[in-house]
Ligand binder design. Structure first.
Ligand SMILES: C[S@@+](CC[C@H](N)C(=O)[O-])C[C@H]1O[C@@H](n2cnc3c(N)ncnc32)[C@H](O)[C@@H]1O
Length: 226
């Protein structure tokens, strides 16, 4: 069961544990675990012999994730929640069977480092299961700058899709497979642009949002470290 705190504080745009094909006993790392919803879902799938590590650079989110694990009755499981930057997780190399991430990597300015770090900590044959946000094409740098005033809104950091796939290939991943791809509808785009809520991220100007309408795509994919 996922406790209310995990659901209420979930800011994801997908469900990586739904397509990661997690197996009992596997070691899973959640990049940007937030309030812990996917850590809990992963812990149920890998079972008592498995291990889940949630990483987030916001200590408040790690605190909330810890509460969510306790509320789920999973405190006896092998679950670790760490304050860490995804560009330098401090985890050993060849540590994980699977890296999952739900609507986080678009927020990180240096995606090359994040995918390099995921590659480093995965075992050979280990896999990625990622939900993220990309753009169908490059946007005007001045518009990007305006979106970047509020990184949390997910638009300022979103890469053009071709550059995104190239970044993953360059990190060394193979067998990159799209699980789903969905162009955000106007209400979805509006919600995404002021994620995690207008009290934190004021909505961008309507004219700016109109320019990217139809160009913001939610992607889900898997890839393998050969
Ligand atoms: C949109 S929320 C998604 C949280 C969670 N994955 C979910 O689905 O509910 C993005 C999360 O990424 C974290 N984050 C952003 N940049 C990060 C970085 N460079 N290193 C670690 N965590 C990061 C934020 O603190 C936040 O909790």
């Amino acid at each position: 069961m996922v406790p209310e705190i995990g659901i209420n504080l979930s800011r994801g745009c997908g469900n990586p544990t739904g397509f990661a094909n997690l197996q009992p006993g596997e070691v899973v790392v959640d990049f940007g675990c937030g309030a812990g919803i996917d850590v809990i879902l992963a812990a149920h799938k890998v079972g008592k012999q498995g291990r889940v590590v949630g990483l987030d650079f916001a200590p408040q989110m790690i605190e909330r994730a810890k509460q969510a694990v306790i509320s789920s009755g999973l405190q006896e499981r092998d679950i670790e929640l760490r304050v860490a930057d995804l560009e330098n997780s401090q985890l050993p190399q060849s540590f994980a069977d699977v890296v999952i991430s739900n609507c986080v990597i678009n927020l990180v300015p240096d995606k090359k480092s994040v995918y390099g770090e995921a590659y480093r900590i995965l075992k050979t044959g280990g896999r990625l299961a990622i939900s993220d946000v990309v753009l169908t094409e490059e946007i005007d740098p001045r518009l990007r700058e305006r979106f970047q005033e509020y990184w949390a809104g997910c638009l300022g950091g979103a890469l053009a899709e071709d550059d995104y796939w190239q970044t993953i290939k360059n990190a060394g991943f193979a067998e990159i497979k799209s699980v789903s791809r969905h162009t955000l509808t106007p209400p979805e785009l509006e919600a995404m642009a002021s994620c995690p809520g207008e009290e934190f991220t004021p909505a961008p100007a309507k004219e700016d949002l109109a320019v990217v309408q139809g160009k913001v795509v939610s992607i889900k994919f898997t890839a393998v470290k050969p």
